[in-house]
Design a binder for this molecule. Structure first.
Ligand code: ADP
Ligand code: MG
Length: 238
């Protein structure tokens, strides 16, 4: 079963086409990393998966449902952004429960889900703190907590680590991978960092100027890059 299907998707802003027919099959439970230089269309593709941008042509399905015309709130997806702004006036617990509240969950249900997410992310002792009282890594975990409380079918990450220092970035990579191993939620993870891609992905999709250059396991891309762009990108230092 393929849980996310991107079929021949094009996207234009006015007369400017930024994605030129992208097809990516994603299997249930897979950790897929979209990698490519800045401006190649990674965020645009992710935003279309989330329903934050319209698809110009082609289809996106989640499970067996075409979601092109489905509102973000109705998609069973949770997204972690690069600039994960936490609500400053809410505690960690309130930050994590807020999206459930927006979806009219009852307070018992919210409490239960927040508690479970906090256990998974080692946030239990911090639930009553405010964002300003947290370290960068803790804030990042709260941002992930906001996503996992919803227990979505798909996680989307858009360069979630790019604002962190190098040491924390490596630690958070491991945390995100462990989270995936535990929850097995289908994940689409965007980065421009090829080391991050190589170490985290089940499948890497190399993008360049609005097309997919190649996709495969990290080993396949490393062993058999299909063209100069992929070889150069995968082989270059961080
Ligand atoms: P990436 O995430 O790979 O860096 P983006 O998806 O953000 O790339 O952007 C791809 C291209 O689309 C860029 O040329 C960018 O300037 C353009 N773009 C993105 N969003 C918009 C928008 N809302 N309006 C016009 N152009 C946009
Ligand atoms: Mg981007």
């Amino acid at each position: 079963m393929s849980s996310v299907q991107i079929r021949d998707v094009r996207k234009s802003f006015g007369n400017f086409e930024v994605l030129h027919g992208v097809s990516i099959p994603i299997e249930d439970g897979q950790f897929v990393v979209l990698v490519g230089p800045s401006g190649c269309g990674k965020s645009t593709l992710l935003r279309m998966l989330a329903g934050l941008e319209n698809v110009t042509s082609g289809t996106i399905s989640i499970g067996d449902r075409v979601v092109n015309n489905v509102q973000p709130k109705e998609r069973d997806i949770a997204m972690v952004f690069q600039n994960y702004a936490l609500y400053p006036h809410m505690t960690v617990a309130e930050n994590m429960g807020f999206s459930l509240k927006l979806r009219n969950a009852g307070s018992d249900e919210i409490g239960k889900r927040v508690k479970r997410a906090a256990e998974i992310l080692a946030l239990t002792p911090l639930l009553d703190r405010y964002p300003r009282q947290l370290s960068g890594g803790q804030r990042q975990r709260v941002a992930m907590g906001r996503a996992i409380v919803r227990d979505p079918q798909v996680f989307l990450f858009d360069e979630p680590l790019s604002n962190l220092d190098a040491k924390l970035r490596v630690a958070m990579r491991t945390e995100i991978k462990e989270l995936h191993q535990r929850l097995k939620t289908t994940t689409v993870y965007v980065t421009h960092d090829q080391i991050e891609a190589m170490t985290m992905a089940d499948k890497i999709v190399v993008m360049h100027d609005g097309i997919v250059e190649q996709m495969g396991t990290p080993l396949e891309l490393y062993d058999r890059p299909e063209n100069q762009f992929v070889a150069g990108f995968i082989g270059s230092p961080a």
